[in-house]
Design a protein around this ligand. Sequence first.
Ligand SMILES: [Zn+2]
Length: 250
Amino acid sequence: MTQFTCPRCGAPLEAAAGTHIVICPNCQTLTYIDRREAVFFYKIPLSVSETEAKRIFKRWSAGPSMDKNLEAEAKITRFEAKYFPVFSFVRKTGGKEAYSVFPAKNTTLPGMHSLKIPPGNLDTYTGGSLDAPILEPDVSLESCISQLSGDAVSQSIVYFPIYDVTYTFRGESYSAVIDAASGDIHPGRYPERSSGSFAGALAAAVILGFAGGILGILVHPALFLLSAAGIAAGKLLGTAVLHRKTEAAK
Ligand SMILES: [Zn+2]
């Protein structure tokens, strides 16, 4: 069995098999223990109030790429402040320091891979309750380290403040996360403005046309037909939309 010492006071730590979180018997500091090492806990202050976060959500729902009825019709079904655990790594590869974040808990919440830890805003977390519920880590540090290159400079667990948001729109449920340190929103999948799907179809037609053109040159002249088909499809779609627009104007 591996022996661990408290990263704060150096007292020996004993971890029962299968447990990750240990409280130092000497200084009461909370430590995360893995097969390889013991790491510190930090927390980031929750600095975006719920009122402010709801305003951020509302502003986002009125954005140009969302369904134009989203702001009016979205019904919030959950809006909860939480501390989400992430592993924060600084690694050195070829003299360069790289920084990465991994969710330390299995989750379907959007954005948990891309949280940005604000510089100089970390408090040591030594245990006890915070101003919002804390989610416990259930992912092993080892499994993340095995995906990283370079040498460890530092690694820690950071409790990251978020708002876990779910909302319904026209009978479907969606989720989003608001970073409660920066106010950034991680929307995941959301109801898009319908003209977006037309732009997508047009783009696909144009790509098909291009691909056909290139393949025609490289592989076989018959593939030029694809190019023609792509351009024709694009034109057809364009005309259809023009029709719809003129009719709507009437
Ligand atoms: Zn200690």
